[in-house]
Design a protein around this ligand. Structure first.
Ligand code: ATP
Length: 237
C-alpha cells in the first residue's frame, strides 16, 4: 500500500492563498483526519491531492511517485478516490447508474461486478435502493452512494469530504462504522475532512488541525481530543 505525502503545499484561487505551506501524510492503513473551522483549507487540500486544484508550490508524492502534474483520472487509476463535499450525485440517475460512474477507470467487468457487490454488502440500504433515482434518497443514503461511488474505483486511499454533514445521527453512526470497516477489513487508507471534530478525532489514528490554510497542530486523534486548546476551539468543551 502506498503512502501519500503532501510536502509544503500551497493552493491559490486567484490571489487568495487557500492552503499555504501545509504538510501532511497518510501512511499505509491509516485513518487521518483534517480538522479545523470553515474555510481553513481542508476541502482545498483534498482537491489538490485529487488533482482538481493545481499546486502553486510544494510536492505531492504517492507511493514514491511525484503525482503533482497528473490529471485526476490518472490519480484514480493509481488508487486515489474522493467522495466530495455535498455528495455531487446525479439526482436524475438511478443509484446503480451513479455507482457505475465511479467505476469508469476499471476495465474488467468482473471486477466491476465484484466491487459493486462489496459496496452493497457494506451499505445494504444502497442495495435496496439501487433502482431508485438518487435524488429521491435521504441525505444519509445519498452519502452512502457517494462513498460507494468512490469505492467503485477500488481505491487504496479513500478521501471523504464531510461525510456527516446534514445527516441524522443514527445514519452518521452507520457511516462511521462503515469507514472503520473499510479501514480495518479492507485495509483502505482514509483521509477524512470532517466539521464534526469529535467524530473525526475518534475515528482517526492521526489528525492535522488547519487554521487559515496552514497546519497548526498534529498528533494522534486521542492526544488532540485531550488537548485543551483543541477542546476549546473545536470541541466546545
Ligand atoms: P469548508 O469546511 O467550509 O469546506 P475548508 O476548510 O474545507 O472549509 P476550503 O473550502 O478549502 O476550506 O476553503 C479555503 C479558502 O478558500 C476559503 O477562504 C474559501 O473561501 C476559499 N475558496 C474555496 N473555494 C474557492 C473557490 N472556488 N474560489 C475562490 N475561493 C475559494
Amino acid at each position: 500500500m502506498p503512502t501519500l505525502e503532501a510536502e509544503a503545499i500551497a493552493v491559490q484561487y486567484g490571489r487568495i492563498e487557500a492552503v499555504r505551506n501545509a504538510s501532511f501524510r497518510v501512511a499505509e492503513g491509516e485513518v487521518v483526519a483534517l480538522v479545523g473551522s470553515n474555510g481553513a483549507g481542508k476541502t482545498t487540500s483534498l482537491k489538490s491531492v485529487m488533482g482538481i486544484q493545481p499546486l502553486a508550490r510544494g510536492s505531492l508524492n504517492w507511493g514514491g511517485e511525484d503525482i503533482a502534474a497528473l490529471p485526476p483520472a490518472s490519480r484514480v487509476e493509481r488508487g486515489i478516490a474522493l467522495s466530495p463535499e455535498g455528495r455531487r450525485l446525479f439526482a436524475r440517475m438511478s443509484v446503480l447508474e451513479n455507482l457505475q460512474v465511479g467505476a469508469h477507470t476499471v476495465r474488467s467487468a468482473a471486477v466491476r461486478r465484484r466491487t459493486l457487490d462489496q459496496v452493497y454488502a457494506l451499505f445494504p440500504r444502497v442495495a435496496e435502493r439501487r433502482g431508485q433515482l438518487a435524488g429521491s434518497l435521504s441525505g444519509g443514503e445519498q452519502q452512502m452512494v457517494a462513498i460507494g461511488r468512490a469505492l467503485m474505483a477500488q481505491p487504496k486511499l479513500l478521501m471523504l469530504d464531510e461525510p456527516s454533514l446534514g445527516i441524522a445521527p443514527k445514519i452518521v453512526a452507520e457511516i462511521a462504522a462503515a469507514i472503520q470497516r473499510l479501514n480495518r477489513d479492507a485495509g483502505i487508507s482514509i483521509l477524512l475532512v470532517e466539521q464534526n471534530a469529535r467524530l473525526a478525532l475518534k475515528l482517526s489514528h492521526r489528525a492535522y488541525v488547519f487554521e487559515q490554510g496552514a497546519v497548526v497542530r498534529t498528533g494522534t486523534g486521542e492526544a488532540l481530543l485531550a488537548d485543551p486548546a483543541v477542546q476549546k476551539a473545536y470541541l466546545g468543551i
